[in-house]
Design a protein around this ligand. Structure first.
Ligand SMILES: NC(=O)c1ccc[n+]([C@@H]2O[C@H](COP(=O)([O-])OP(=O)(O)OC[C@H]3O[C@@H](n4cnc5c(N)ncnc54)[C@H](OP(=O)(O)O)[C@@H]3O)[C@@H](O)[C@H]2O)c1
Length: 208
């Protein structure tokens, strides 16, 4: 599949690299077409990997990942261009860091409201990027959450999560549930400080 990854940070790098390793064609997007980080990534990731600006990545992808800085994700998506985003599935992994209490609702909802045709799926934002693409870094059963308004988009996202190695994917419902997973960030930060490792996650335990 052709996938556009918007974002050149450690998350964009981890996700784009994993997608290429799974056989997908990926364009990584940045504010600048000549981003040294994106160019460096594409040089090392192989012939399936290309670099461009946000609009190039959005135009290229049949499915998109938002791995941009959460406080600036809406601007990044505006730069990608509404026409290029269209009604594609956008997997949004971003968080606003530090959390901004003046913001109403969640970033996932804000993106969905700003681009109503886009099929936004919020997922993976509760986990460090190395664990996102390799859940076996954390032993035992643990959980990734997902939410969004479009069932087809959630099915596509779940397929990719399974390919990443996720076994326990909990669909929380519509995109308003992004409030819950984004609100987890302060607890994630407290756990990181306490545990001193990024290789951790939470698991939902059910009575079977
Ligand atoms: N680090 C983790 O393990 C982790 C875990 C869960 C969720 N997240 C979330 O994942 C996202 C990516 O995190 P990250 O640490 O990889 O990268 P980041 O530093 O938060 O974001 C980097 C990306 O944001 C773009 N950006 C920055 N300022 C911008 C602006 N003013 N306008 C438009 N675009 C702008 C950058 O563009 P350029 O390419 O042009 O520089 C770059 O592509 C964040 O929302 C973060 O909260 C991270």
């Amino acid at each position: 599949m052709k996938i556009g990854v918007l974002g050149t940070g450690m998350v964009g790098d981890a996700i784009a690299s994993k997608l290429v390793s799974l056989g997908h064609e990926v364009t990584m997007g940045s504010r600048e077409a000549n981003s040294p980080k994106a160019k460096e990534w594409s040089k090392h990731a192989g012939s399936q990997a290309k670099a461009g600006n946000f609009a190039d990545a959005a135009r290229f992808g049949e499915l998109l990942f938002n791995c941009t800085n959460g406080a600036n994700s809406v601007s990044a998506l505006q730069a990608a261009g509404e026409g290029n985003l269209g009604d594609k599935t956008l997997i949004d992994v971003a968080n606003v860091l530090p959390p901004d209490p003046s913001r109403i609702g969640s970033l996932g909802e804000e993106i969905q409201k700003t681009f109503p045709r886009l099929r936004v799926v919020k997922t993976l934002n509760t986990i460090n990027c190395q664990v996102m693409v390799d859940p076996t870094r954390v032993p035992g059963a643990h959980t990734v959450f997902l939410c969004g308004n479009d069932d087809g988009a959630k099915k596509s996202a779940s397929g990719l999560l399974e390919a990443f190695g996720w076994k326990d994917v909990v669909d929380l419902g519509d995109i308003t549930n992004a409030r819950a997973t984004e609100a987890y960030l302060p607890l994630w930060l407290a756990l990181w400080k306490k545990l001193g490792t990024l290789d951790f996650n939470i698991g939902v335990v059910r009575r079977s």
